[in-house]
Every structure is written in C-alpha cells, then in structure tokens.
Design a protein around this ligand. Sequence first.
Ligand code: ZN
Ligand code: ZN
Length: 260
Amino acid sequence: MLPLRADTRQYETTLPLSKRDRVRAAALAATPWYYNEWGHVAFPSVVGIGLIAVSIALLDRPTVPELLAVPVVLFLANLNEWHIHRNILHARTWPLETLYWRHTPEHHVIFVRDDMAMRSTREFRLVLIPFYGILAIFVTSLPITAALWFLVSHNVALLWVACTMGYTVAYEWLHLSYHLPESNPIARSAPIRVLRHHHAVHHTPELMQRWNFNVTVPLADWILGTVYDEQSRQPRGRVVPPTSQLPPERLVSRGRPRSR
Ligand SMILES: [Zn+2]
Ligand SMILES: [Zn+2]
C-alpha cells in the first residue's frame, strides 16, 4: 500500500453545527435507494458468527499450544486495528483511499466529542464499515489462513478465522454502541461507558490524528503510547508523531471526490 497522506488540518477543529449538518445531510443524501440499515447491522454479524460456528465445528481436539493462537491472534488484531485506524483511516493510502474519505472528513466531522450520538438508524451507515467489509477481511486474509492450514495446523487456521471474524464483529458492535444516544441502556452500561469515553476523546478533532486509535480495547494505544490522559492533558508514554508531520511536498489538500 502506498501512503499518499493528506493535509487534515482543516478537519482538526470542531466546525460550526451548521457546517457539520451540511456534511451530515450530504452524506445521508448519498445513501443508495436500496440501503437497509438493519441489513447493514445484521450482515457482518451473520457472516462473522456463521464463519465462527463453522470454524469451531471443524476443530479437531485442539491442543493447548494450538489454543494459544487465540490470545496471540486477538493481540495481533488489536495492533492491526491501531495501525489501520491511524495509517489508513486518518491518512490517504492507495488503494484504500475511500476508507479515509469516509472516516476523517466525514465520520469525524459529523460526530465530535460532545455530539457523538447518531440521530436516526439511517446514520448506521455513517458509523459501520461497508457491509461487505467483513467478507473483504475474510478473503484478503485467506493467504494467511492457507499458510496456517498447510504449514502449521488445521486447528490453528480455523482458530485464526474464528478470531479475526469475532474481532471484526466486536469492532462493529462496539463502535455502533459508542455512537448511540447516551440515554440508551447499552450506552449507559459500565463497560461501554468506559470504552465510549476512550473513543469520544478520539473524536475531539484537535486530538484525532494523534490519540486513542483503538476502538475496541485500548491495548495497542497503551503499548504504543497513544492514550490521551485527560487528567494531565498529556499523553501517557512515548509520543508517536502525527500522520500529518510529513515533508510539505508529500502533503495534498484536495476535496473529496463525490463518487459514492
Ligand atoms: Zn466513531
Ligand atoms: Zn478516527
């Protein structure tokens, strides 16, 4: 993948509500006529949980060393979530530029720290990854699945599929729950309140390019020093430079192509 980078400074401030509402209206107006928000929620879960069920059904008496693949894969998935969020969703990267356009100039402009809630179920589309995303993750990770199947063991390959699919479904459900109205019982539950706060800090426009990239459990943020500590208004741990700190010739400022 080729990093193209973008000049994100125009998005690193909370825009007036009228302007954010215009971005919101434009994003919703681009919704295809066939879009069904409940189908969008259900499809990744049905595919993901279905593949988990098949993988578990095919397991053949896994050994303890094979079962250790579960925490290892979940840990790697957490690091990968941090990497994709920071370096693809917050920086234009060919050929996945559409993920940047959907995230930084759209998701982050519409939803800000003190205005995180979706206003209707039609806005599921502004939070969830595209419905086919979970299939794309399954297909693009097939070379790893095959390598594990042929070079390590069938059980480890099956656990890899189960963990990557489970992680993706968890990501979708958690991110959606952070953008529910605060009065929603799911949003009010203690674990969601804690995780939602971590993500809400990331939705502060001035902080989004540097801090709190984990959307599920902030483990990679903690290891890589990108947890923003609100008490001291300081980062915890070592400082990772923002993605926009690149030579000027690598910076581009360009309007979003209205291709969707
Ligand atoms: Zn969000
Ligand atoms: Zn983000």
